[in-house]
Ligand binder design. Structure first.
Ligand code: AMP
Length: 289
């Protein structure tokens, strides 16, 4: 006799109070709850986080919220893609349990001044180019943690500095949540998947490959070529690509994000890049040792 396997299905929730009610029975049953925070326009990178969360937890909540307080450029916020139906279908297909899609007023009923000490790395790299970005990021992640109270939360290494900043925020508040950093998912040709890739024209899409190529160059010659020379060559590669404007390309200590030199002989290094391709700003990174 055949039994039909019933899929529990994805529940879409817009309010914090409703979310807490929905998660109550899971919590009472001592099930592990995972949170995957996103800004939507989901791709396989996001789905990989959901899949990892399913491996390590019983219930997976994915949040979709384009957080205004982390945008430094109002135009970037305005044009951020919001294909909600597509996102819901992707999460359904991935077997996610809950999608939390609050409104801006749900998350920010009134204006809030948020400022916490995230350590000196807040002001480096992305922090230098996007002033206040990590205050906004940690503000919304703290609010999502308060709403979901997750046992585990999943983030992509794609936003390397973001993972560090969230770790610092978790330590700052002594939050009982385990952070899991997941590998970067790339297109076949190496381009790191990003919701912003949708803005690239055909030509820019090809030019954007120089980000991953410069990182692969560094990875492939790391240890045999001096760091200064590696950076010089990789930067030349990027600057020589029409339509690409380099913000930074650095080899840094993976914990402090400070640039390293030959003498430091440190392990745990990461190469990080940010560049504008046409009007679209992209970031990428690779762990070196
Ligand atoms: P976002 O929607 O861009 O805020 O990203 C939500 C989460 O997905 C963040 O933790 C990102 O680091 C992660 N993420 C974004 N792109 C990728 C990718 N290509 N591979 C793995 N994780 C990613």
């Amino acid at each position: 006799m055949d039994f039909e396997i019933l899929q529990p299905g994805l529940e879409v929730i817009n309010h914090i109070a409703a979310l807490k009610v929905s998660l109550r029975s899971a919590r009472l049953a001592q099930q592990k709850i995972a949170l995957v925070p996103t800004m939507g326009a989901l791709h396989s990178g996001h789905v990989s986080l959901v899949k990892k969360a399913q491996e390590l937890a019983d219930i997976v909540v994915c949040s979709i919220f384009v957080n205004p307080t982390q945008f430094t450029d109002p135009k970037d916020l305005e044009k951020y893609p919001r294909p909600l139906e597509h996102d819901i279908r992707m999460l359904e297909h991935a077997g996610c349990d809950f999608v939390f899609m609050p409104s801006v007023t749900e998350m920010y009923p009134e204006p809030e001044n948020w400022h916490i000490d995230l350590g000196p790395a807040e002001f480096l790299l992305e922090g230098e180019f996007r002033k206040g970005h990590y205050q906004g990021v940690t503000q919304i992640v703290k609010k999502l943690f308060d709403a979901v109270n997750p046992d585990l939360a999943f983030f992509g290494q794609k936003d390397y500095q973001q993972v560090l900043m969230i770790k610092n925020m978790v330590n700052y508040f002594h939050l009982p949540v385990e952070l899991v950093s997941c590998p970067i998912i790339r297109e076949e040709d190496g381009l790191a998947m990003s919701s912003r890739n949708i803005h690239l024209t055909g030509e820019e899409r090809i030019q954007a490959l120089v980000l991953s190529r410069s990182l692969y160059y560094i990875r492939d010659h790391f240890g045999e070529t001096k760091i200064a020379e590696l950076l010089e060559n990789a930067r030349k590669l990027v600057r020589g690509t029409p339509g690409v404007e380099l913000d930074y390309l650095t080899i840094a200590d993976g914990d402090t994000l400070l640039p390293v030199d030959e003498e430091s002989g440190k392990s745990g290094l990461v190469a990080l890049i940010a560049a504008k391709v046409g009007e679209t700003r992209l970031i990428d990174n690779i762990i070196l040792n």
